[in-house]
Write a protein that binds this ligand. Structure first.
Ligand SMILES: [Zn+2]
Length: 188
């Protein structure tokens, strides 16, 4: 798989959220943009590190690799962790073994913000309050309003395994119900 030799983007302030990644040259469809790096941890450690109840909006750099492995981009991560979510993405995340790579879904022009669909796991227990907690500000015309994966809808597949970022945090919903890593996984 063709990998671009130097990092083809710079970080700057984004209209989507905080800091974003903006292409500095043309990235062709299918090109590998960067690896999503960070410390590999398990679910328990992720729960220890992050408490959703202390966040106004969901914001971590956690990324699920498989059932018992998560990459925490906040620890030893690279600039990939600043790539924002979009409901109309120009990139995608792909798991290859225990690594995660970001690929261009279509041609990305210099100045374009690079974004992929985080597809946070949605559980049956998600409430309207959760939708707000996972509010999306991507600005795409077809924005679904939430960075949670779309409900039940069948996703497009590219032949490669698609990956999701994680919601597997324990937090109390408005209903006062605790959800943990295992609950979040049930929807899979
Ligand atoms: Zn959106």
């Amino acid at each position: 798989m063709a990998t671009v030799k130097e990092q083809p983007f710079v970080l700057r302030k984004s209209a989507i959220q905080g800091t974003g990644a903006f292409a500095t040259r043309t990235i062709r469809r299918g090109q590998r943009i960067i690896e999503y790096t960070g410390e590999h941890i398990d679910n328990d450690e992720a729960d220890r590190r992050y408490d959703d109840e202390k966040m106004k909006r969901h914001h971590t750099f956690l990324f699920i690799v498989n059932d018992d492995e998560i990459i925490d981009g906040a620890v030893n991560g690279n600039d990939s962790r600043f790539i924002n979510h979009s409901c109309e993405p120009n990139a995608e995340a792909v798991i290859e073994g225990k690594q995660i790579f970001i690929y261009a879904l279509r041609t990305i022009r210099p100045g374009d913000e690079i974004a992929y669909d985080y597809q946070y796991e949605r559980t049956d227990e998600h409430t309207d309050a959760d939708e707000k907690f996972y509010k999306c500000l991507c600005g795409a015309p077809n924005c679904r309003g939430s960075i949670l994966a779309p409900p039940k809808k069948k996703r497009k597949t590219s032949g490669r395994k698609r990956v999701r970022k994680t919601v597997k945090k324990t937090r109390t919903t408005n209903a006062g119900k605790k959800r943990g890593a295992r609950d979040a996984r049930r929807a899979r």
